[in-house]
Write a protein that binds this ligand. Sequence first.
Ligand SMILES: *Cc1c(COP(=O)(O)O)cnc(C)c1O
Length: 343
Amino acid sequence: MDSANLRLTIDLTALASNWRSLAAASGPAACGAAVKADSYGLGAGPVVSALARAGCRDFFVASWAEAAALGAMPDGARLAVLHGVQDGEMATALASPAVPVLCTPAQVAAWRAATTRPCDVMVDTGINRLGLARGELDLLDGLAIDTLHSHLACAETLADPMNTRQLAAFREVAAAVPARRASLANSAGIALGSDYAFGLTRPGIGLYGGVVGATPAAGVKPVAGIAARVVQVRDVAVGDSVGYGATWTAERPTRVAVLNLGYADGYPRSMSAGGCIFAGDLACPVIGRVSMDLVAVDVTGADVPEGTWLRIDFDLVRAAAASGRSQYELLTGLGHRYARVYQ
Ligand SMILES: *Cc1c(COP(=O)(O)O)cnc(C)c1O
């Protein structure tokens, strides 16, 4: 399939504006950026450049492979690797200008044995995902720690008591472990308020137009847009069905446009009920089942000849509600057949 028939538009101006909103909401704390998973599928290279131009200085990837793929960072930018130094990665880590976020006792011991260079450290305060347990903090004695991190489990729910429990635990950790600064909040954590900001925040999804948390930063703008082309237009008579499983049947004469977009492009099969595509301002519902490479929409009353580009409704909140996928899954699942257009 010709990638030129699918378009992923990334609005770098909106991205920079979202970063400025999250930086403002972070108060005096520095505001970084999670650019793991190729910047949530939007392209880590262009995203890092645009955010660095906006003033962002702290970037996070998951792995050394992602750090290597980014290549040289902009002047003054710092890159940290969230999974730390796993078995067999020490030589790669020492050869890289990126900094590991050490997250297990074994990683701390290996780093200590290999170098006196500064590192970041992740401490667990309740999510029980990555990080040293609070009973293991002695292992950090004498280590040159730049940023001490922890991560919130329930930040999307303002009233969840886990938030205040983790905040109290992290305050104790930050008071006990010498480091240049501390960092706790992701996008939803920023929305919990200034208590959670410490010295550095680490938003991801909010930069990319995701709306998360009880009081999301004001004015979050959509960043990703997708568009596909009409491959074929057909008129379907009353009683005829459309698509696999014949799950949709015309109750009136219906003009159907078939677009070259499917679940292989991250347009979930669960959009079969609730998905929507715009012909100009007209919202055209998805009909029948989304297939791997194609989707059918009811364009009755719209002028959309074959070859027309149509904008897909990919508003993250609406698309998440319509598909049952998270905003994170929608972005990171977009697939490889798009021509990416940065603007
Ligand atoms: C991915 C990640 C973030 C960013 O989270 P968002 O919910 O996308 O803002 C922050 N911190 C850590 C440790 C992460 O893994």
